[in-house]
Design a protein around this ligand. Structure first.
Ligand SMILES: *Cc1c(COP(=O)(O)O)cnc(C)c1O
Length: 461
């Protein structure tokens, strides 16, 4: 009998409600992408078939979460759902206090303003856009202390999210511990391609920080997915539950910022979680200015309930196995077809190497932007450019940054697409790969001043 590969990542759910998708023709797509200036951010979602733009807020909720939405206690103060969320955060993440926020950046704003003084330094294992911006707005200077392996797309080190302890210690020696507001530790580092940090490294960072009286703020947005990688890859954790691993991870920090739009299987929501009573008091005072009263933080009661229930579901091993298994399935099929992608395959996305697709295009013909447009033209799949357009310009010289990497990100929303959608994605990438030689690139015809990748417009060369 023929041996078949066991699909151990298969989905631990069945589909109860569907959202019909509009199927478009190539002629229609030629028109819509032209109107969108060959920028996938400017497409209307009704013109997209499989939307792999981001995994942020695009998750499918369960019947248990939807049932919780009906139990929303929409009181201005002291909503029942706030207490349910507080209980879930204490039980699964282990922090003492909770301040809900409308999404992750709300929590980042609070903790940055409370802990950073002008001129302080804030080291981190690579940056995240909103996190770094809030640190800078509060007067801080971000310093990258991630290991060098993280910057190399072909390096297969299993924990490319680790902090380089030597870089961290050098910074402490150079500027003095009292000038370091705190260290931010990200889990499953997005900008490095969804790469995890190890428990051993988390522990070592916390010990070094405590020795120097520096606080550790954990970006727990993708911590559950990181816990899954620790279980799979780190010795001594094979038999621990995700819940046990997550609690230990969080125990090596003083506070956490959280975007519920990723791990927690909701469409909106976030929180700040804190152990220190005094910092909590301050955050509770400040949240009223920016988000809402401290028992809702910009969220409806039903949103807090959905997030409280999402915490329980996101921590299930079956769920994480299917979520990360789906991404690995697509990545492995692409590798088998000889398509150039970033390895190891990350937790939430596949990154196509556009420079290898289009060696004939110099960087100013926007290879990644071109590849994302070609993919949309072929099948209506929407991806995101992560190359020279995203990198922007140097503020002093006005010249483009020329990043080493020209990537296209295919990001998988949780519990949304089926294996057949994954197959269509692989087939479409392969089709675009086969037609790579005739492609001529793009010309930028409109460039906004800030975060240009969102609204820049292009023309075909
Ligand atoms: C999305 C994200 C954030 C910001 O959260 P928002 O909910 O989008 O404000 C912060 N950190 C990481 C790692 C993220 O992925």
């Amino acid at each position: 009998m023929k041996q078949i590969q066991r699909r151990s990542w298969a989905e631990p759910f069945k589909i109860k409600s569907v959202e019909p998708l509009r199927m478009t023709t190539r002629e229609e797509r030629e028109q819509t992408i032209k109107e969108a200036g060959y920028n996938t951010f400017l497409l209307r979602s009704r013109d997209v078939y499989i939307d792999l733009l981001t995994d942020s807020g695009t998750n499918a909720m369960s019947d248990f979460q939807w049932a919780g939405m009906m139990l929303g206690d929409e009181a201005y103060a002291g909503s029942e759902n706030y207490y349910n969320l507080e209980k879930a955060v204490q039980e699964f993440y282990g922090y003492k206090h909770l301040v809900p926020t409308h999404q992750g950046r709300g929590a980042e704003n609070l903790i940055s303003q409370i802990l950073i003084k002008k001129g302080d330094y804030v080291p981190g294992n690579m940056y995240f856009t909103t996190t770094r911006l809030h640190q800078e707005l509060a007067g801080g200077n971000f310093v990258d202390v991630i290991i060098d392996e993280a910057h190399d797309p072909q390096n297969t080190f299993p924990f490319k999210g680790n902090v380089d302890l030597q870089k961290y210690e050098n910074l402490i020696k150079k500027v003095g511990a009292e000038k370091i507001a705190y260290i931010t530790i990200g889990a499953t580092v997005n900008m490095a391609g969804g790469q995890p940090i190890s428990m051993e490294n988390l522990r070592a960072v916390f010990q070094l920080s405590q020795k120097n009286k520096i606080k550790v703020v954990f970006d727990a947005t993708r911590a559950m997915e990181n816990a899954f990688f620790i279980k799979k890859r780190e010795k001594g954790y094979e038999n621990k539950t995700i819940k046990e691993i997550l609690l230990e991870m969080c125990s090596y920090s003083d506070a956490a910022t959280m975007s519920g739009k990723k791990d927690l299987l909701v469409n909106i929501g976030g929180f700040l979680a804190i152990n220190d009573d005094a910092i909590f008091e301050e955050a509770r005072n400040m949240v009223v200015i920016y988000e809402g009263l401290h028992t809702y933080g910009g969220l409806a009661g039903r949103d807090m309930e959905a997030m409280a229930r999402g915490i329980q579901e996101a921590c299930q091993l079956d769920h994480l196995q299917a979520r990360i298994g789906q991404v690995e399935y697509v990545g492995n099929r692409l590798l088998e077809l000889g398509i150039p992608i970033v390895t190891p395959i990350g937790g939430h996305a596949i990154f196509l190497d556009a420079k290898k697709f289009y060696p004939q295009l110099e960087q100013l013909k926007f290879p990644a932007q071109t590849l994302a447009a070609e993919l949309y033209l072929d099948s209506g799949i929407r991806a995101m450019e992560r190359g020279i357009v995203s990198a922007g310009r140097n503020k002093e010289t006005g010249d483009h940054y020329y990043p080493k990497l020209e990537l296209v990100r295919l990001t998988f929303p949780r519990r949304v697409y089926t294996q057949a959608h994954c197959d269509v994605t692989v087939e479409s990438v392969y089709e675009v790969w086969q037609n790579r030689e005739s492609v001529k690139g793009l010309k930028m015809i409109y460039e906004p001043k800030y975060l240009r990748f969102f609204q820049a417009r292009f023309e075909k060369l």
